[in-house]
Design a protein around this ligand. Structure first.
Ligand SMILES: Nc1ncnc2c1ncn2[C@@H]1O[C@H](COP(=O)(O)OP(=O)(O)OP(=O)(O)O)[C@@H](O)[C@H]1O
Ligand SMILES: [Zn+2]
Length: 551
């Protein structure tokens, strides 16, 4: 396929092949009169696969590199067997040919689900019983949405499958084209081009463009605003993928125009299912391509071990599996849990603490750290601290949190901890990591061991709440005249500072004098103004405490 660089290719709605924009009308005339006669081999193969599908059912994933690769290699990414009635070839020959086309891909790509039915997990949104997304798809619609979930749970895959599934049976006559980009790649210029192209695509082919934006949380406000009008008018369907809580990262205007779907980590059973498919795929490759006569056999314990160390990230799990396969291809011995451990430990980069500094993890871990200190569990405190530091967390971020904890959770019961936390911050500033790691550990344990008091924290909250509510002029009452400063003669004449008793002039500094504004004092009960009278801690008893101590 020759492709002039500056002319856009669009996909023909009938045969699905890529046609130059200027040639689409001519092509459509021919194409519709001949019936679907695909010119592009890639889509021919695909449409042969599922005879019941309409030829146009395959969503065009316009990822530039990907589409070039596909066009070159006629890749059928699922690695499925292609059947041709004309010249029957043996099944293993077909398998082999098919495999050879995808053999260079990473295992996770070879296994990327091609049908919604192959998609594992996320039943809360895609099950036919109560999945909201399922209902949309059944009605032939793709809403604009944000897919929020940790890495490798299938956000990209889901976007592709949704488009494909709706196209297989366009219930309300609308079919979709998928354009894939990521927030780090998409400049304002590229976005504008996508919007223009999608308008053109719609007017010519009646296909709506689904714009998939990976890592959408990295868009700044300006870029998010660019999307707004197009999402609102329905010119495009936006699918944004994010690993971070969208309510912190996306502006409200955009959020309110999108459905938010939370994708969860795959559980052990689900991950094992994906891994088993991985093992079958690898064995097929061993048998047909790599000509190894012993299959890869991993028992349940080994699979569970892989699941455990990949923590819900499917891509990571499949990468580990692939690594195990490569390291044992020539070795017919049976794989034990220990030997698998050894293989994985040998590749230390795979053992990096699972910690996503920019994502959810960042907030979850610091929160667990804070709560461990609050609960005076010095060991858990060290655990979370080490986890954050090994994961590459900013040590100043941790130090700042400890400064806060010193006042919030220890408060008036030990005034030395605020300066200690400030000193830990200082230590990080002065010596940096790795040397300052122990300063952080030192301070965190001191905080965990310190007596706890929320007296100050609660008092501070209470006084601020009352100010905001401003009942009975609480916030607007006049400052008492005797407490005002009187820098000028006029002010003295007006009564400023009149009758003020200067405490240091009196024995022990004691005088009878009011400090609250007069209105506040007369409108409040005395005890309502005793903000600092609260207890250090609450009075509830945890019944589980007794059980634990007994057990
Ligand atoms: N739910 C799933 N069912 C089956 N396979 C899955 C699932 N999720 C992910 N995979 C596998 O993991 C690979 C990566 O998935 P995908 O790219 O969709 O994840 P992602 O959530 O978009 O991750 P990232 O945010 O890291 O890009 C897929 O190619 C597929 O092999
Ligand atoms: Zn055509």
């Amino acid at each position: 396929m020759s492709q002039s660089k500056n002319e856009q290719l669009i996909s023909c709605p009938v045969c699905n092949c890529k046609i130059k924009y200027s040639a689409i009308n001519d092509h459509l005339d021919k194409c519709t009169s001949k019936g679907a006669k695909p010119a592009n081999k890639g889509s021919t193969l695909t449409s042969l696969l599922k005879s019941k599908r309409k030829p146009a059912d395959e969503p065009e994933v316009i990822d530039v590199e990907d589409s070039i690769k596909r066009a070159k290699n006629d890749i059928e990414p699922s690695g499925k067997v292609l059947t041709s009635s004309k010249n029957p070839i043996s099944k293993s020959d077909q398998d082999l040919r098919q495999l050879q086309k995808i053999i260079h891909q990473p295992l996770s790509e070879k296994l990327r689900p091609r049908e919604l039915s192959e998609y594992v997990g996320q039943q809360h949104i895609i099950s036919s019983e109560h999945g909201v997304l399922y209902n949309y798809v059944r009605n032939g619609t793709i809403p604009s949405m944000i897919l929020w979930g940790p890495p490798g749970v299938g956000k990209t895959t889901l976007a592709r499958l949704l488009t494909k599934t709706v196209n297989q049976d366009p219930a309300n006559g609308v079919s979709y084209t998928l354009v894939q980009t990521s927030a780090t790649k998409a400049t304002a210029q590229q976005l504008r081009k996508i919007f223009d192209d999608s308008k053109r695509e719609f007017s010519l082919t009646k296909r709506l463009t689904v714009v998939f934006i990976d890592e959408i949380h990295r868009f700044n406000k300006g870029q998010q605003d660019l999307l707004l009008p197009h999402v609102e008018s329905g010119d495009i369907v936006l699918i944004g993928a994010t690993t971070e809580n969208p309510s912190f990262q996306l502006n409200n205007a955009l959020m309110s125009r999108c459905q938010i779907f939370v994708l969860t980590k795959l559980n052990t059973a689900e991950m094992c299912m994906v891994l088993s498919r991985g093992v079958s795929m690898l064995n097929k490759c061993r048998h047909l391509v790599w000509k190894t006569d012993h299959p890869l056999r991993l028992d349940k314990k080994v699979l569970e071990y892989i699941v455990e160390i990949s923590i819900g990230d499917t891509r990571r799990a499949l990468n580990l599996l692939e690594m195990i396969e490569v390291s044992t291809r020539k070795d017919p011995r049976e794989l034990t849990l220990d030997s698998v451990r050894e293989i994985i430990h040998g590749n230390s980069s795979e053992l990096r603490t699972y910690y996503d500094q920019k994502g959810e993890n960042h907030y979850d871990t610091i929160s667990a750290f804070h709560k461990s200190i609050r609960g005076s569990d010095e060991n858990a405190t060290l655990y979370y601290l080490a986890r954050m530091l090994q994961g590459g967390e900013d040590p100043l971020f941790i130090a700042r949190r400890m400064i806060r904890i010193a006042s919030e959770d220890v408060g008036v019961l030990d005034h030395s901890l605020l300066p200690l936390a400030v000193a830990a911050h200082d230590a990080v500033m002065k010596v940096g990591l790795p040397e300052a790691d122990l300063s952080l550990a030192h301070c965190s344990v001191a905080l965990a061991r310190a007596p706890k008091s929320v007296q100050l924290y609660r008092a501070w909250k209470a006084v601020n709440t009352r100010l905001r509510e401003n009942h009975d002029m609480f916030a607007s009452a006049d400052i008492p005249m005797h407490l005002r400063n009187a820098p000028t003669k006029l002010m003295t004449e007006l009564g400023y500072a009149k009758d003020y008793k200067y405490n240091p002039d009196f024995v022990d500094g004691k005088v009878a004098q009011d400090y609250f504004p007069h209105e506040v004092q007369s409108n409040s009960q005395r005890q309502d103004l005793q903000f600092m009278r609260g207890p250090h801690l609450g009075e509830k008893h945890d019944p589980e405490l007794f059980e634990r101590d007994a057990g």
